[in-house]
Write a protein that binds this ligand. Structure first.
Ligand SMILES: [Zn+2]
Length: 298
């Protein structure tokens, strides 16, 4: 599938998507439970073929990893949902067996031991799964030579009973099988609450709300920029209707404010947006036109 192998260049850094899975036939009203019928009026014509099923109603979503190659390092941004994880309350991600590591090798030429850094925008079920694999009944780091980099506040929260609440049911168990093993292996560089630069060309930008310490990651090289937005946006619908949070957004008001901040930045900077759940190429550009945002796939 050629589309998965498309490589984007930002200065002297390349970006490539490796698919874990597509999520098909997802009802809009499930993802956006607070939406009113008028929120979806006229929206279909503004969406691309890769955004909607043939019925032009249900959503297509993707779960994937971004492979980022700087002149010196191989970096993965977000790691999907992983294999063999027990998610009985979340059937989409329960006991999966997906040849993701084979795709990483065949499509991006990356073996687990080649990975220098793993960045997690946040520690939800579909962003940290491939942090670990199971070996001899134990969860161990998938990428043994990598530094794993993620917000400290995420680890503190999901490692505490405070996170065992209704909105977080989809990610129950994730801390124990996908986060704690890399912490215990001494492989984690925690990002503080203010974010900051990392490896010169990356910057962690606090975008709290979808989760307690969610961060977006900016890449800048050669005068060009890209932003990996994690779950600031789940689907292009939210570029067109930024007031819609998803069913998975834990802190609603802050999620709205963070989405507004990143959309404004994307439009002003003309940055390449690398989405975690958009279909198609999952990359594109946000523009501000007559007071509303538009989305165009790259
Ligand atoms: Zn997600």
């Amino acid at each position: 599938m050629a589309i998965q192998n498309r490589t984007y260049r930002v200065g002297d850094v390349t970006i490539q998507k490796v698919l874990e899975q597509k999520l098909r036939d997802v009802p809009k009203t499930f993802i956006y439970p607070t939406a009113k019928p008028e929120d979806f009026e006229g929206i279909t014509t503004q969406l691309a073929a890769e955004d909607l099923e043939e019925n032009r109603e249900d959503l297509i979503l993707s779960v994937h990893t971004w492979v980022v190659r700087t002149p010196k390092h191989v970096v993965l941004v977000d790691t999907g949902s992983g294999n063999h994880k027990q998610r009985p309350l979340n059937p989409s991600f329960h006991e999966q067996n997906i040849p993701f590591l084979e795709r990483l090798r065949d499509e991006a030429g990356v073996l687990p031991e080649d990975v220098d850094y793993v960045f997690n925008t946040h520690l939800h079920v579909d962003h940290s799964g491939w942090n670990t694999v199971i070996k001899n009944d134990r969860w161990v780091p998938t990428f043994p030579n990598a530094r794993y980099v993620f917000p400290r506040v995420e680890a503190d929260y999901y490692g505490s009973p405070a996170s065992h609440n209704e909105v977080n049911v989809p990610s129950l168990g994730v801390f124990e099988d996908s986060v704690l093993p890399v912490i215990e292996a001494g492989l984690v560089d925690f990002v503080g609450p203010d974010g900051g630069t990392y490896l010169d060309c990356f910057k962690f930008i606090p975008t709290r709300g979808h989760s307690i310490g969610h961060m977006s990651i900016q890449l800048a090289s050669g005068g060009e920029t890209a932003i990996f937005g994690g779950d600031i946006l789940h689907h292009p619908i939210q570029v067109l209707r930024p007031h819609l949070n998803t069913v998975f957004c834990e802190f609603a008001d802050e999620a709205l404010a963070s989405r507004a901040k990143i959309l404004r930045k994307l439009a002003e900077d003309r940055a390449l947006y690398c989405a975690t759940h958009f279909g198609g190429s999952s990359t594109g550009y946000v523009a501000l036109k007559d007071g509303t945002y538009t989305w165009t796939y790259a």
